[in-house]
Design a protein around this ligand. Structure first.
Ligand code: PBG
Length: 322
């Protein structure tokens, strides 16, 4: 006798398929990462990331306006400094590109959620995410610099700050600095489980942030570890993180799921530059269907348990979802 169960019955029509869909991506899930530098009228395509651009504050405002038209409501800003130094001092300069971009964005689009990445690697001459002494990245002396950077972003008007450096204790340091300055309402999205990944390759060209010696394995996580990701998340939540992130997304879908199941907090996942550029490269060659691949990718991250998706595909995805 044929089995009574026929799963295909619920796949017969689009209406049925839509009704029984478990994971659905919506434009409200998306955060669109952007790169800001000083200047005017700049819109320079990033070689390693097709259709992504270096923008000056004025073109940033234009780009966000267009993204809002597409349905995007949140952005994440990275800064390209004018000058780098040992400590990355432009990171906490109130007149730096990110801070200027935040102020102009907030003036033009007060309702757009503005998240800023807090890290020193774009700003340091050695390209590491913290203070370096004798070839080592020092944890505790870095915390004060990260806190100063977060404060400067908060003063500019950022809604949410996102530390991506992976120093121990940085969420607590940033939280107390924000609170002490009256920014107790500014939330922290912590890059809690951030792996030492090959998939950041294109970003390092985009941000000019490749380490000048060594690599990031003494602070970012080993790709083999998932239990450790849970400890990282627990620590960041203890220190006051409002939202936690897993990064990259696709090679770490299991980690997203475990974080979600263990803590029951909103989980963000970063569909990083390498994931973006691989898809775009294959699509440009006609090897995969770009639109379907984008939606399937984002749906998989949602299905794994993420509710916030940071992705360079945000504008296109928002258009496709409308
Ligand atoms: C800064 C930072 C990186 C990314 C986000 N913040 C690069 C790195 O850690 O080397 C990667 C983003 C991407 O690849 O899209 N620490």
């Amino acid at each position: 006798m044929f089995p009574v169960t026929r799963p295909r019955r619920l796949r017969r029509t689009a209406v049925l398929r839509d009704m029984v869909r478990e994971a659905r991506v919506t434009p409200t899930d998306l955060i669109y990462p952007l790169f800001v530098r000083h200047g005017k009228g700049i819109r320079a395509e990033i070689g390693s990331m097709p259709e992504q651009f270096h923008l000056s504050p004025d073109t940033l405002v234009e780009e966000v306006g267009a993204a809002v038209e597409d349905g995007v409501r949140a952005v994440l800003l990275f800064g390209i400094p004018e000058a780098k130094d040992e400590r990355g001092s432009e990171a906490w300069d109130d007149a730096a590109a990110v801070q200027t971009g935040v102020r102009e964005l907030k003036r033009a689009y007060p309702d757009v959620l503005v998240v800023t990445d807090i890290c020193l690697c774009e700003y340091t001459s050695h390209g590491h995410c913290g203070v370096v002494r004798d070839g080592n990245v020092l944890n505790d002396p870095t915390l004060e610099l990260l806190a100063k950077t977060a404060l400067s972003h908060a003063r500019a008007g950022a809604d949410l700050v996102a530390p991506s450096d992976m120093m121990d204790g940085r969420v607590g340091a940033i939280r107390s600095a924000l609170d002490a300055a009256g920014f107790e309402d500014i939330a922290i999205l912590s890059y809690a489980a951030k792996y030492a990944s090959a998939f950041y390759g294109p970003f390092r060209e985009a941000a000019g942030s490749a380490p000048q010696f060594g690599d990031r394995r003494s602070y970012q996580m080993d790709p083999g570890n998932a239990e450790e990701a849970l400890r990282e998340v627990a620590a960041d939540l203890d220190e006051g993180a409002d939202l936690v992130m897993v990064k990259p997304a696709l090679a770490y879908l299991d980690v997203i799921r475990r974080v979600k199941d263990t803590f029951g907090v909103p989980v963000a996942a970063y569909n990083v530059s390498g994931e973006y550029s691989m898809l775009m490269a294959a699509a440009q060659r006609g090897w995969i269907d770009r639109e379907r691949a984008i939606l399937e990718t984002l749906t998989s991250i949602k299905r794994a348990g993420a509710s916030i998706l940071l992705t360079y595909h945000a504008r296109e995805a928002a258009r496709l979802l409308r």
